[in-house]
Design a protein around this ligand. Sequence first.
Ligand code: MSP
Length: 593
Amino acid sequence: MLRPSVLRLLGRTGASRISLLEDFGPRYYGSGSLSARDDASDARAYFTTPIFYVNAAPHIGHLYSALLADALCRHRRLRSPSTAATRFSTGTDEHGLKIQQAAATAGLAPTELCDRVSEQFQQLFQEAGISCTDFIRTTEARHRMAVQQFWGVLKSRGLLYKGLYEGWYCASDECFLPEAKVTWQPSPSGDSFPVSLESGHPVSWTKEENYIFRLSQFREPLQRWLRGNPLAITPEPFHHVVLQWLDEELPDLSVSRRSSHLHWGIPVPGDDSQTIYVWLDALVNYLTVIGYPNAEFKSWWPATSHIIGKDILKFHAIYWPAFLLGAGMSPPQRIYVHSHWTVCGQKMSKSLGNVVDPKTCLNRYTVDGFRYFLLRQGVPNWDCDYYDEKVVKLLNSELADALGGLLNRCTAKRINPSETYPVFCTNCFPSEPGLVGSSVRAQAEDYALVSAVATLPKQVADHYDNFQIYKALEAVSSCVRQTNGFVQRHAPWKLNWESPVDAPWLGTVLHVALECLRVFGTLLQPVTPSLADKLLSRLGVSASERSLGELYFLPRFYGHPCPFEGRRLGPETGVLFPKLDQCRTWVVKAHRT
Ligand code: MSP
């Protein structure tokens, strides 16, 4: 039995999956910089999103999956700027009964539906700044070849046998269900029909001769692997859930369907009467992208991080590692799991008409604004509820007012007439707190600020490692607030550049605030790339000075030279983030695909 907390975690659509530990742990030195040298910068990292079903247009849940992967990958690139060391794939899942039925309902040939919707995903991801290096479609010839090859390996290792498979099948979720996972739901006409307990989608009884995979043989290997790799599935509660699933019986799995029933898929090699099960087909995409079966794939596997929603945990944490072990390969290193977005407390669905269109949101709230919102508000462990008011409030307060206001306060001509990074005065802000002297102006809270911002890059990296990107953004936001407090406390607008008493302290206040802004801009790059670029450009930070390895916060405070001191700021490019008007930014919720 699953614990109630675990059931809550999985929500109604709970399902599951697994992995090994990545040793890209951050190490810091000096004043808060991440050492690229210590960061396995030459090690490769391969990030993946799930591949998306093409039965309907993309919604914000899909975009969220892709954004999480994008932010993780961009953060990794910041640690080790050699782009050759990272690969990031996404794509569309185009075979199976679900797509076959959706095409028939739409009166389209399956290829037409696939082309149309796959294009929508590609456009959306391009618009949203998803920095993928690969986009795969499972209808491509290279993928068919990889899947058939993979099948051949499983077959040759004695892991596939033919047998009669009987049970419930859910076409929407593309999975078989045991009797205990099915319930009967009353229909409006008074009859009742069988549905999946987890997803609520209709199921139907199937009885076929299929190819069956010896999944039951992998229960213990999977348990050993998970117990030996406690960070394989992150956040931890999902790791725990999978181990609980593995305590239960693990029956063999049907991995093909009769072609007369399912024609839209990849035929079983040497047996055209059977089509390969769509999940086996789909999971192999992660190998196709990196060149499987050519040996080149080995330089990327298993340095893999799969980002997935909780509803597909079982496929990624049990089936996929079992297939891989069966084929003589290692399971993926890490599986990062996130929860779902609901709308006004309800699951998003076409039939409820409450699907939130991501394109409308990107237009209304800007690309950076909407990226920031989803990643700042989305909590991997729990479902999150979407509503428009929340977006406007958050963006106005954190991006327009707090961050934009801070930049404005430090760069406006009235306060910073020379438009430079002013000189830091060590007499005004000595590195040792508590010193007394006529020139000392820094107060206890100022030392707290310096300490908070100096440790921020490490905190942020730890949150990324734990797949808690919202916490990374919360930490940045809290430091932005603290920096605004610092500026407010010392009111540079009341100090006079002409006064020999005020001027060194005025320069120091601005220098510290600009240094804080440089850290915030650097750390925000994975989430709000354009806004961060605008911020860093305004500060005069060049492209080669934006990686985590280059981030030496406030070196003057620690007795080192600062390359920015005395440098001219970049050109004025207007408001950092325009304030949103609550009434004019309403997104039409009843978006139809
Ligand atoms: N095609 C399979 C994945 C195969 S991967 C080898 C699939 N596709 S999907 O289009 O249904 O879902 C893709 C991703 O979107 C999943 O990670 C899923 O969890 C995520 N989301 C779908 N609805 C979502 C929300 N409402 N909220 C957040 N993410 C959601 O499953």
